[in-house]
Structures are given as C-alpha cells and as structure tokens.
Write a protein that binds this ligand. Sequence first.
Ligand code: HDE
Length: 698
Amino acid sequence: MASSPKSDTKKIDAKPGNGGELHQTASTPDTRITTNHGTPVSDNQNSLKAGTRGPTLLEDFVLREKIQHFDHERIPERIVHARGSAAHGFFELTESLAEFSRAKILTEVGVKTEVFTRFSTVAGGAGSVDTPRDVRGFAVKFYTKEGNWDLVGNNIPVFFIQDAIKFPDLIHAVKMEADRGYPQAASAHDTFWDFVGLMPESTHMIMWAMSDRTIPRSLRMIEGFGVNTFRLLNDDDEPTFVKFHWRPKLGTQSTCWDEAVKIAGADPDYHRRDLFEAIEKGDFPEWEFGVQLLSQKEADALPFDILDATKVIPEELVPIRVIGRMVLNRNPDNFFAETEQSAFLPTNMPPGIDVSEDPLLQGRLFSYQDTQLSRLGTVNFHQLPINRAKGCPFQNFQRDGQMQTQVFKGRANYEPNSLAQAGEDGGPREDPTGGFRTTAVPVEAQKVRLRSESFADHYSHARLFFRSQSEIEQAHLASALVFELSKVSLEHVRNRVMANLLNVDETLAQRVAEGLAMKLPKAADAAVEAIDMEPSPALRIVGKYPETLKGRSVGILVSDGADGALVTAVKSSVEGEGGTVKIVAPKIGGVKLKDGKLLKADGQLAGTPSVIFDAVAIILSEEGCAMLMKEGAAIDFTKDAFAHLKAIGYSPEAKPLLDKAGVEPDDGIVALGKAKDAFLAPARTRQWAREPSVRILA
Ligand code: HDE
C-alpha cells in the first residue's frame, strides 16, 4: 500500500477521513479564508502534492505563506519547543548498516561522533515549567564527517496531524488562547480540544498524549522517535524505509499527574536541573539507537500507510534493530550560545539518508530553515559555533549576509569557473559520487490538494494503543482525559471528542463519560471503520523499566536528635547502588544528631517537598516527630510520598507522623533498621499496587 500510486484523478470529497470534515458553516466572500494578499483559499486541509501520496510542491504558495508566517510569529524564542534543555555527548555505532546506507555515521562501527541533543516541551514559552502534560522534543545534532545530521524527533512516535498545512492551526489551538493569553503550557482548554475533536486524525496521538509518557520523570528517561518515515540509500542507491528510535538505558519512566502538577510549583526547572546535575556528577545518561527497516514490499504489505505520521509500526511486526548508542557527558558552557542558538533542520542529512514523501515531513523540510531566519535573524546562523559542521569543512559560494563571520579569499564566488586554470583557487566543486543524492522516486501525477485514501483510517491505531496498555496505564489514560475534558467549558466540544473516543474503544468512552458525569453522544462518523490489530505490549511503559536506584533520588527527612548511624546507613546503601541522596531538614543549616554531630541539609523542608524524590526516608527523634506533626510541610512530605506511590522508610520514632499523614502499611512502607534491602527494593520502583487505595481513577 505504501507505494502503489493511487488514482490522483479520483476526487475525495470532504468527508471524515479526508481531513476535510467541516463542522462549520460554508464560507461566503465575506467570511472565507484568503492568503495574506487576498487570494481565496479553496482547501485549508491539504497541501499541494504530486499525486495523493507524492511529494509536496514548492509551487504551493498557500502552504508556504501560511507556514512562513507562522515560523516568524515569535521573536526571538522558538514558536514551538521554546522551553528546552540540552547537553553535548557522543554517538557510537555498534552495528553497520552498510547493506542499506552509505552514510558513514551508519557504517563506521566504533567511531565516536560528537552530538548535541536538545530536549524540549512543545507548547510552553521559554520560561515555562518543565513538567506540564506535553510531548517532549528530542532533537539530536550529529556532527558527522559528511555534514551535520539533525534527527529532530519527539518522545512519541506519532503526530497529531497528517499534513504540514495543519501545523499552524494545531499549535495555535494548543498554545494560550488568542484573546486571553492563557493557559500557558497546557492542553487542557477549549481551543485545543475543539481542534482535536474536529480533526479525527489526531485521535491516535491523543491516546499517547494522555498516557504517562507526556509526564516523564526525567529527560534521561524518555524514548525518542524520528516520527516521520525516512529512507536509507546504499552504494547502489537502493532505498529502504527507516524509522529511528532512541531507548533510554534507565527505561521509560513517568511521574503521577498530581505529582507533576506539584513539581511544577516546587521546582519549575525540575527536568533541566535533573539533566544538568546528573551530567555534572558523572552519571551520564545513555540511549540505545535503533532502526526499523522496511523494504518497499514490506511497507506495501502493511494495513496502513507508512507515509502517514499518525500511524505506528508495531515492534512486533517490524523489530527494532539496535545499532548504536548515545551518551550525553558534557553540559553546555553557555545556555544562550548553545542551547538557545542551536538550530535543528530536518534537511540536514548526510548522503545515504533521505526523506520520504510523508506530507508532514515535506512541510518540515521548509519550515525549520525558515524559522531560524526569523529566530536567529540571519542566513548565516550555520556559522554559530553550535551549528557549525565540525566533522568536515563546509564550503560553497554562498556569500555575505548579516553577521558574516567568514573572510573569504580569492576572486571566484561562482561556479562553474575556470580560475583554477589561471593558477588561482577556483573554489569547491560538486561531487557526483560522494555527494548527497535523492532517491529516484517515480512521480507522475496530477497536481492535487487531496489526502490519500490510504490515510483515512483514524481510529485503528488509537485502539491498538489503548488496548495494548496495562490496566494501570489504561486507567491513567482515562483519568487524564477526564481531567483535560473537565477543563473544557464548551459542551459541544466535549461531546465531539467523546464521539471520536467511541470509535476507539467503547469501554474507554464509557469510563471517561462516567468521570465527567455526562451522557455519551453518538459515535462520530468514521471514514473507515476501525479494525482490531494485534495488541503490542511493547507500547507499555509500566513493568518495562529496570528496577534500580541508578539515576533515582532519595530524600531523607531528618530532625534534631535523629539517629545519625541510620542516616549514614541509608545514604551509603542508596549511593552504593548509584542513587542520589539529599538531606531535608526543617532548617537549611541542618540538624544536631543524637550523637551531637551536625548534619548539614541539602534542602529546607518547605522548599524541598517529597515530589522531587523517587523514594523517601523519614528519620526523626521523638521530639523531632512531635514538632513536625505540627508542620504542614512535613505532613505533606509524607502524605504526598504515599500518594505518589513511593517507598517510605522510617525510623520507629517517625511512625506518629506517618499515621497523621494517613500512611497505611504495604510493601513500600518499611521500618528502617531491619534488613537493608527491605527499603532498597521498593525504592527501586513505584508502588503501583498501592494506587487503588490512594486515588479514584476513571
Ligand atoms: Fe517541529 N518545528 N514542526 N516537529 N520540532 C520546530 O523549528 C514544524 C514536528 C520538533 O530543539 C520549529 O527550530 C512543522 C514533528 C522538535 O530546537 C519549527 C511541523 C516533530 C523541535 C517547526 C512540525 C517535530 C521542533 C520551531 C509539521 C517530531 C525543536 C523552532 C509539519 C518528529 C528543535 C525550530 C529544537 C521545532 C515546524 C512537526 C519535532 C517552527 C511545520 C512531527 C524536537 O520550524
């Protein structure tokens, strides 16, 4: 299906599935959309392509004007992905893909290539918090010997829309509302869900966005995906489709929603700080790099179109081949010069890697270069140290422009030239064998503004995702929908989303409707009826991450008179397993321990709540406990640790505080001083079994 050219002449009417379902009144000359220069727009859903599945045409001035205008909306922060944190590191190939690609970065095993990786949230501004429910950007710049390769991905393998022409609409809908300027960095509001309800193609992505993946525990614990389908080209220019994957060594881990909300207040820089501190202390985050490879024939045999970025290729169908690793081992020296000024371009690819005709990717090929011009203000942004090709020289006849830092020599600034024959330097020349070549994809079609029929199924993959989740993850997803839709004030908007959910899974729709105390509407008309695909357990996160203290953090709450030996025992055993320990005390100067020694605090209780830790130990004296039972911050510290499914170790004297905070015994509540592992084992993970006793989930 992926390649077979569809009949371009067949008109696909505006019907569900064509991205053209208009739940709006028809426009008149007074109300119709026009370009900035007044040309009426006939189709605001589809970009102009060579055939329904062909590449997007440069001729599409409607698309270009719309995206170009959008790209320049913010000065100087990024219009999307403004809030970001980054680090330097290296990529090392462990298995050659020489059979499929001629790119050196994919064929030279053992070679370490410098990388710069920027993680981001999407919707919030540069100064927004780190833990909203949001997709995370995962952009990697490889400084390869054959030019920079920018793999500009997300932590979710699919996207909201199928065609780049809808991107400005999507982002306008999710960002703060146009008149009131809020909410910041949140999808839980009318305009976002209005757009989503009107765009059934976003349903699959909504499942991911409402899953725990959008409230990650740490940037060190997110997966990364190239999202769009790309191609590899080997020495003989034979193409193979490819999907790119990053898998964190620490596993994919999330927070609880209530916890994420509280972290936003306790530490707005939670993820940025976590990444910086981990690298600072030599605890370098690492990811496996994997590919899913498909021949044209294999792509054609799939029951969906691999050019459609709202679809996922289950690992069970096409396994992920791990071919390399990335380690981030150096923090930026200067946030502005590096993290802020880094400019990622999906068009940055070495020879041997190529794009596909995915209409989302096609629009991206234009957008990123364009947005940098507005953000960084000059065509010479590639000369900034962070963006410069480092693995190889860059040289051409592009000249001058604002902020030109190179001093070019010689007379020739054009090609061809024959100055070399006169003994002068004629400058660089094209390289037909080693240079970048494009896959020879046959394109012979009518120019059309249509969506391919093979993109029309909007629900099967959403169903696949939901049904592949563990019970607990399904409950979180349903509860997230209840939360978000509870923030929607327009009833017709809520109803439309519910009508789409009914096509995904009736039980899900039922649970959400119950959570909202609303009646279920009729299911939305589906362009194509959803099919039941084989569930893909690989899409879960609970139960998959390694249970370890490595990369995790334990907070020890202490009071005057606490047992220092116990504090030392917990600290050294956690640190012995690679975890981090922070001492929390009522006063930042620290506490006087039972033996009279002073123990300094890393954080003061009111400013260091338990939400920023993965597990806590509460080691108090009797008097200390009596005092802290009158301190709201100590009660919240304990209560939240329990509600957020964390292990709590306690000294016997601290028990009254636990009782006051409503802590009930379970495997994660451990009296310290017994077997060492009694606390360490539950501290290595979250106590999922506790959840039903602390929260009513949808
Ligand atoms: Fe982006 N995107 N995007 N995007 N995107 C930008 O470029 C755009 C899309 C992604 O850390 C912008 O340099 C369009 C998918 C990341 O600096 C802008 C479309 C994916 C980053 C832009 C998409 C992404 C961006 C804003 C629909 C996952 C941050 C600043 C066709 C594969 C990179 C900038 C960084 C940034 C456009 C969709 C990932 C406006 C038009 C799909 C990680 O050019």
